[in-house]
Design a protein around this ligand. Structure first.
Ligand code: FES
Length: 97
């Protein structure tokens, strides 16, 4: 099971998720990382779920067109849209408050 470490507001939240978990979908059904991950649309349109990947980015699919449109140059700084990611391996990420 992939381990997820989420940094948010000076706190660190840790949890295991099933392989191929979408963290926004998981939070939506009140599983980890609920209630600590901010999100709204779940469709790559609002960028509320933006997170910076601190470790494990190599295991993610390349950014899709929604992430490119929403994040632009921030992709180069490690930012991704959590709602567009499927977690298959351990990952560490941070979300700004
Ligand atoms: S929740 Fe809106 S872009 Fe991810």
């Amino acid at each position: 099971m992939p381990k997820v470490i989420l940094h948010k507001g000076g706190e660190v939240f840790e949890g295991d998720v099933a392989p191929k978990t979408n963290l926004v979908v998981s939070a939506g059904i009140r599983k980890f990382p609920f209630p600590n991950l901010a999100y709204k649309c779940g469709m790559g349109k609002c960028s509320t779920c933006t997170c910076r990947i601190l470790a494990g980015a190599d295991h993610l699919e390349p950014p899709n067109w929604k992430e490119k449109r929403q994040l632009g140059e921030r992709l180069d700084e490690g930012y991704r849209l959590a709602c567009q990611l499927w977690v298959t391996e351990d990952i560490e990420l941070a979300q700004d408050v």
